[in-house]
Design a protein. Structure first.
Length: 122
């Protein structure tokens, strides 16, 4: 059986927090088996946003593409009916790489992270 996290065992270094986010995804969305170094760096930034919580993968399909990174990773945004902002990363085949959200109190921090990601990686 193919190990979807094999790339991490072959020398990629992520924090335990980031790795836990990657391993605990709900499988309702189709999950990518490979993650680029650029996407890994973006995941690290996102998991360190205060209040970041793992998003349910069902919202991945509801998210709208916002911008694309240099490596073709797509940053997608979804705001639910309660006005809670979600962010997702999708590979170039529209498979989910990451999904998270923050509560209202941390929305400015997420927006700042998104702006920094856009400047640095797109």
């Amino acid at each position: 059986m193919l190990n979807p996290f094999g790339a991490f065992e072959q020398g990629f270094l992520l924090s335990h927090k980031a790795l836990d986010y990657l391993k605990e995804w709900n499988t309702e969305a189709e999950i990518a088996f490979n993650i680029s170094q650029t996407a890994q760096q973006v995941v690290e930034i996102l998991v360190n946003v205060p209040g970041m919580t793992m998003a349910h993968s069902r919202d991945f399909q509801r998210a709208t593409p916002f911008f694309t990174l240099k490596d073709k990773t797509v940053v997608k945004i979804f705001t639910n009916p309660a006005h809670v902002k979600h962010i997702f990363l999708a590979d170039q085949n529209n498979k989910m790489l990451f999904g998270g959200y923050v509560g209202w109190i941390h929305t400015n921090g997420l927006n700042e992270a998104i702006n920094n990601i856009k400047k640095e990686f797109s």
